[in-house]
Write a protein that binds this ligand. Structure first.
Ligand code: NI
Length: 135
């Protein structure tokens, strides 16, 4: 069994803010992250499977790259995650919520091989997610 990964880098702005909490509670909970700021995000998308004996590949990396560009990059790069990305509207844009929403977007395009997504908000902070239907 193989795990094959493709990396996508993008830059986006966001703030951590929950509408169900008061202004004071938000400021206390999220600190400086409650202010609008940006990240250079790194997303690693991993598919899992056996090597096709004919092609020698688990999956065509060019296909994965194209899907990442069309489904994610064009929607999120140099955007405000709260106001510019319809599938993040109303969510607290923590790395956890962002990567889960990305899974929902990608899963129909990448098929049953999708195994794991790792989203780096910074070199120090990252989250791993395997959502519904993970291989
Ligand atoms: Ni942030």
């Amino acid at each position: 069994m193989f795990e094959l990964s493709r990396r996508l880098e993008f830059s986006a702005a966001h703030r951590l803010w929950c509408d169900r909490l008061s202004d004071d509670e938000n400021r206390r909970l999220y600190g400086p992250c409650a202010n609008l700021h940006g990240h250079n995000y790194v997303l690693d998308v991993t598919v899992r499977g056996d090597v096709d004996p004919v092609t020698g590949m688990v999956m065509d990396l060019n296909v994965i790259a194209q899907v990442l560009d069309e489904v994610l990059f064009r929607a999120i790069d140099h955007r405000n995650l709260e106001s510019d990305v319809p599938w993040l509207a109303g969510k607290v844009t923590t790395a956890e919520n962002v990567v889960a929403a990305m899974w929902e977007q990608l899963r129909p395009h990448l098929g049953p091989g999708l195994h794991r997504m790792r989203l780096y908000e910074s070199p120090q902070n990252f989250v791993d997610y395997s959502g519904p239907g993970a291989a």
